[in-house]
Design a protein around this ligand. Sequence first.
Ligand SMILES: [Zn+2]
Length: 345
Amino acid sequence: MQNLQIDGQRLWDMLMHTAQFGATAKGGICRLTLTDLDRHVRDWFRAQCEALGCTVTVDEMGAMFARRPGKNQNLAPIAMGSHLDTQPTGGKFDGVLGVLGALEALRTLVETGYETNAPIEIVNWTNEEGARFAPAMLASGVFAGAFSTDYAHGRTDRDGKSFGEELARIGYKGTEKAGSRKFSAMFELHIEQGPILEAESRDIGVVQGVQSMRWYEVTVSGQDAHSGTMPMRLRKDALLGAARMIERIDAIAREHAPDAVGTVGLIENKPNSRNVIPGFTTRDMISGAGHDAAYVTRVAPTTMIFVPCAGGISHNEAESTSLEQCAAGAQVLLNAVLEFDRRLG
Ligand SMILES: [Zn+2]
């Protein structure tokens, strides 16, 4: 096999360029799914792929597939990709590295004239983050049959706007049925989002599985009362109950460390008045890290490649990965795809 070399600087330049779409003052990105900023980065991505001779198809969930033909069009494509949406205070690498690393790998194939046996497709999955529309990994979930398209299109954000309407508004509601496309395999390059690779001075993580994840919405009910007059022994303070649960969730996760994690990521307190003992509703969420590959693996062999991120910090504007680490990850991505392709031929 030819020893094809990706261009690390070129990959880095793309990462920094696309970081402008939704750049925050602290050096991160706020690019929520199906916003105008999402449309801008999608338009940019589509133009890059088309300039490389790829055909870009969009499915009914807005997932984008940029295809470069292979020698044998009867083979299902080898996919590589991740997501271009971010958290509200997201970093420059979570998801983006997987799409742009794939773009750099594909560009290397085009420039060297290397012909793969199977077609190659770069994928941009819609709404991996779940920050605007819950649940996360929505497009890959529909692709894998975990959710119906109707369910996904009906999800609403906090302003009551639906996923389906917003998808159409930004011009990315395609006609291809989600999941009708088959992959020979999918490869997802991603930052680790944890501190292990950095701590062990390793450049690449080969992912053996994605931990099981559950989100719970818990309603703690008490009884509203005047915070000045109700005697302590008669109070039913829902916020106090929630506080005890939060502390216990943390303790349970620590008891089962290092393999278990747990957190409460969101809380709403009603009526949220200093004069009222909270009795009505609070909302707790337990979150963890998932990836599109976790769904895609239900319908195609799937591999994830991790690169380190400084301090294990992600979903944060301070998220940081070096040029060399991004380049190493994209190189492993290209090598892995070519090795898999060689076996198909
Ligand atoms: Zn991600």
